[in-house]
Every structure is written in structure tokens, then in C-alpha cells.
Design a protein around this ligand. Structure first.
Ligand code: PLP
Length: 289
């Protein structure tokens, strides 16, 4: 029987090295983690989910807003993208004052914001950068303007240590159909060629099991767990990428971080409260295991 979330290599020649068991939690406020993302006022996705996740992993969370949305568990009603100069000002402010062990980047809204965030990652020397290349909400609303997509590919992905596209995002970014495990692997290779050190293509939309693919330019591993029937899913992608950043901040390898993040979101989705009329939020208070 396979352990949920355990890695196994799938390419010929790859070594079977499931992540070693390690403590997930450190002392309270062990490190600081920065989230750069949009605000979902209903608290399930974006910055609010990021801060809850960072707290659950016992780090100190800082939050830079890129866009303010009007949304709830049912859908997104309106978006106000902050001027890119103001996003840059927030990043410069917190980075001049605090040291961040990892950074999560989510919704950026505009091409100009993608571009300035990429520049600041380099000029400020941000490290352990996890990029969730957010393009659309699950309800179908664009969260990045169309002309931001080429900038995301050309400027931001090469600055990322880890990227976490879902199947739809992987398909948009590569121009390939991504609908099954072989095409997820192919997309992971194509995305890796765009410059990030690690690519995680999440297969939450695959029917049957919840399978994620991790590619480091050499080895391909899959993380396989059963799907949680009826679980809450609003903000699950935001939470997954932030959990990876938290585990990297704690000293985990990328494979360990993906494994631990997957376990956390599975349990948080299964234990989500009945809040709102649509796809409810995760239970971020579930302790990471
Ligand atoms: N809203 C914001 C501000 C986000 O950053 C994200 C992240 O993907 C979403 C919404 C999408 O959440 P969902 O896919 O659950 O609609």
C-alpha cells in the first residue's frame, strides 16, 4: 500500500528516495516567510490563506498585497490591482526591515507587477522563492491580465526556486494540452526549460487520485494520494505553495516540502469548515504532520 503523499520516482534510472521523516514544526516564530499575493476578503485564498498557513507552520508571516479582490466562496465579483510602484514600495519596506527565509508569490494581477516583482527578487536577493503562477480563479475569473502571461514566463519563472502550476496553468504556460500524467510530465519538462529550479505540476483536476509531479531537471517524482471526496478546495493552490515555502524555511528539501505540503492540504481540505455558500475554505488550523 502506498503512503499518501510519498514520493516515488517514475522515470527509468531515477533513484527511489522517498523523503526522510523529519519534524515539520520548529519553535514558534522560527523564521519569517513573506507572501506576495492578492487579498481575498472572504479569507479562503490569497494573502489571508497564506498568513494562516504560515502561522500553522509556526513561522512569522508578512504579507504584501498586489491586488484587492471582492470575492467569496462562490466567485470573484471585482478586482482592484494596486499600482506596481505601491507593490514595490511594500516589498522594499518589509525587506529593508526583516530577513525572510522563504518567499511565496501568488496572484500578481498585471504585467507591470510581474515585472517589478521579478526585478526585486533579483535586486533584493530574495531566496527560496516559491511561485504559484496564478492565472485564473477556480470559478474562471482572470487573476492575471493576458499580457502578463509572457512576462510571467520570461521574467518571473527564471527567478523562481519552485513553481507550482496546476494543470490548467501548466497548459496555458506551455501551450500544451495537460490532461493526464504523461502530459503533466511533459509540461514539467517544458516549464523547467523556462528557468525555475524545480517544477511541481499539481494534478488536483485529475479524476481518481490527486497526483502531483515534481521535476528538478534530472529526476521526475510523483506524489500520489487519494482524492478527498467533498473536501473544501477554495484557496487550496495558494495554501499548497505557501506550505512548501514554510517547509523550505524550516530546512526541508524540495521533495520533503512537497510531500509535507501535500499532506497538510489534504488534511486541511478534508477538515474544512462549512463556511459560505460555495466551495468552502480549508481548515488551516490543522497541525502539519
Ligand atoms: N483569489 C486570490 C487573491 C488568489 O491569490 C487566488 C489564488 O490562486 C485565488 C483567488 C484562487 O483561488 P481559487 O482557485 O480557490 O478560486
Amino acid at each position: 500500500m502506498r503512503t499518501p503523499g510519498a514520493a516515488r520516482p517514475i522515470d527509468a534510472g531515477a533513484e527511489a528516495t522517498p523523503p526522510a521523516a523529519r519534524p515539520v514544526l520548529g519553535p514558534a516564530m522560527e523564521h519569517s516567510v513573506l507572501a506576495i499575493a492578492g487579498l481575498d476578503p472572504s479569507g479562503g485564498a490569497g494573502l489571508a490563506a497564506d498568513l494562516k498557513t504560515i502561522s500553522s507552520f509556526r513561522h512569522y508571516g508578512a504579507a504584501v498585497a498586489t491586488s484587492i479582490t471582492a470575492q467569496n466562496t462562490v466567485g470573484v465579483q471585482a478586482i482592484y490591482d494596486l499600482p506596481m510602484e505601491f507593490v514595490a514600495g511594500q516589498i522594499e519596506s518589509v525587506v529593508s526591515d526583516m530577513e525572510f527565509r522563504a518567499v511565496k508569490i501568488g496572484m500578481l494581477g498585471t504585467a507591470r507587477t510581474v515585472s517589478i516583482v521579478a526585478s526585486l527578487i533579483e535586486s533584493l536577493g530574495l531566496r527560496q522563492v516559491v511561485v504559484d503562477p496564478v492565472i485564473r480563479s477556480t470559478s474562471g475569473t482572470p487573476l492575471l491580465e493576458k499580457k502578463g502571461i509572457p512576462v510571467l514566463k520570461e521574467r518571473l519563472l527564471p527567478c523562481a526556486d519552485v513553481i507550482t502550476p496546476n494543470m490548467e496553468e501548466a497548459s496555458i504556460l506551455t501551450g500544451m494540452g495537460v490532461a493526464d500524467l504523461p502530459s503533466m510530465k511533459e509540461a514539467a519538462r517544458a516549464l523547467h526549460a523556462m528557468g525555475p529550479r524545480y517544477v511541481v505540476v499539481t494534478g488536483g483536476h485529475l479524476s481518481g487520485r490527486a497526483i502531483d509531479v515534481l521535476y528538478d531537471g534530472d529526476r521526475m517524482a510523483i506524489f500520489d494520494s487519494s482524492r478527498i471526496a467533498g473536501g473544501n478546495t477554495h484557496g487550496i493552490g495558494c495554501t499548497f505553495s505557501t506550505a512548501i515555502a514554510c517547509l523550505l524555511a524550516h530546512g526541508a528539501t524540495v521533495a520533503e516540502a512537497v510531500d509535507g505540503a501535500k499532506r497538510y492540504v489534504s488534511r486541511a481540505a478534508a477538515g474544512g469548515p462549512k463556511i459560505g455558500k460555495g466551495s468552502g475554505p480549508l481548515n488551516h488550523l490543522i497541525p502539519p504532520s
